[in-house]
Design a protein around this ligand. Structure first.
Ligand code: PLP
Length: 394
């Protein structure tokens, strides 16, 4: 069976696929169809927070699958209620809307901000996003993904969108008008190259929103579910947004997303105003509940911080030894190494050696291991990276 040939014959070519054909995964490891083992330090682009095929996820997938996979959202089932309660217990008094992908959750947030703006600000409300942001590929979320390469081919986009510089409070303040209904940002920019802003910045943004009755929306699709050492990243900054989104790690590999909104905004989206056919199915919500349980029982927030230190120390060492390493940025298990050279050849060379990272924004290598990775496995991957960096350093 020539899988790659079938891809080129039948699958629309929207991805730059690379490497062998993978057939199996367990924890932080993947195996190809020839039996070669790979260490995956970027499992599922941040999705597989428990690594590949975690036994407890396999168990609930099978058990719940036999009981009930899907019913429509005009009927009740326990799992959606249990998962909503779990998310609210871990965030703030509020309500949850379930969908299937990151973009779909952010779309819900955009509709929420529109309605909020129309009621409280202006008949043509505006929303502000950040330069180098990433919120998804639908027309709505693309309109707030302020990167030329993604937007230009699909113009015209949504109107009423402004862009500010991430981390620059003055710039954001200057973009506010009486029409501004919402500010949408990632607490740490992921796809944009792991860009961080200070706690003070977020606190000032929160104050600004409060003073001007602007809805503060965090896109936690990538940063949520323990990635940054807190279950939700905003908790690192001592503030609360009006709404936030979750997806990637929420189902540990099974598709599910959520929009979480504060109770005071719950009246904005009522019956018939928003929906998703598959959103919050018995199967998806059962799997997600198990992800929360495993994170708690295996103390994975603690492990994310612990292994994050190992990662940070090693990356700082690389920055000291290798001139090609320009900058390192990150928190807990979300890291980037910015190079003075193109990152893709480094990614490819490391891939050949059996270690998988991610290359983004031309010069950035991203590392986002599973939250349950151990020091030995992580160190094994970082030692391989060190060898490859040495080779490129020349
Ligand atoms: C990946 C990502 C999205 C898009 O998620 P999809 O499931 O691909 O639609 C949105 N926002 C952020 C911050 C992301 O990292």
């Amino acid at each position: 069976m020539d899988v790659k040939r079938m891809f080129s014959d039948y699958v629309l070519n929207t991805y730059t696929r690379t490497g062998p054909v993978f057939v199996k995964g367990k924890g932080s490891f993947l195996w190809d169809d020839k039996g070669k083992k790979y260490l995956d330090l970027f499992p599922g682009w941040g999705v597989d927070v428990l690594g590949h095929s975690h036994p407890r996820l396999c168990k609930v997938l099978s058990e719940q699958g036999k009981k009930l996979i899907h019913i429509p959202n005009n009927l009740y089932h326990p799992n959606q209620a249990l998962l909503a309660r779990e998310i609210i217990k871990k965030s703030f008094k509020g309500k949850v809307f379930f969908a299937n992908s990151g973009a779909e959750a952010v779309e819900g947030a955009l509709k929420l901000a529109r309605i909020y703006g129309k009621k409280n600000k202006h008949k043509n409300p505006e929303i502000i996003c950040m330069r180098n942001s990433f919120h998804g590929r639908t027309m709505g979320t693309l309109s707030l993904t302020a990167q030329k390469k993604y937007q230009d081919p699909f113009k015209p986009l949504l109107t009423g969108v402004k862009t500010a510089k991430f981390g620059d409070f003055k710039d954001l303040k200057n973009k506010i008008t009486k029409k501004t209904a919402g500010i949408l940002l990632e607490p740490i920019q992921g796809e944009g190259g792991v860009n961080l802003a200070s706690k003070e910045y977020f606190q000032k943004v929160k104050d600004l929103c409060k003073k001007n009755k602007i809805m503060l929306i965090f896109d936690e699709v990538q940063t949520g579910m323990g990635r940054t050492g807190a279950i939700f990243c905003y908790q690192n900054y001592g503030i609360e947004p009006d709404a936030f989104t979750l997806s990637k790690g929420l189902g540990g590999g099974f598709p599910i997303s959520a929009l979480v909104i504060k109770d005071k905004h719950k009246g904005l989206l009522g019956p018939g105003m928003h929906a998703s056919t598959f959103g919050g199915s018995p199967l998806a919500t059962r799997v997600s509940l198990e992800v929360f349980k495993v994170i708690q029982q295996e103390q994975l927030l603690r492990n994310a911080k612990k292994q994050g230190k190992v990662l940070e120390e090693k990356l700082s060492e690389f920055k000291d030894i290798f001139g090609i390493v320009k900058d390192i940025r990150g928190k807990a298990l979300m890291w980037a190494m910015d190079l003075n050279i193109a990152s893709k050849p480094v990614f490819q060379e490391l891939f050949k050696k059996g270690v998988i990272l991610n290359s983004t924004q031309m010069t950035v290598l991203r590392i986002m291991p599973a939250l349950n990775i151990d020091t030995k496995t992580l160190t094994q991957g970082l030692n391989a990276l060190q060898k490859v960096l040495r080779k490129f350093q020349g």
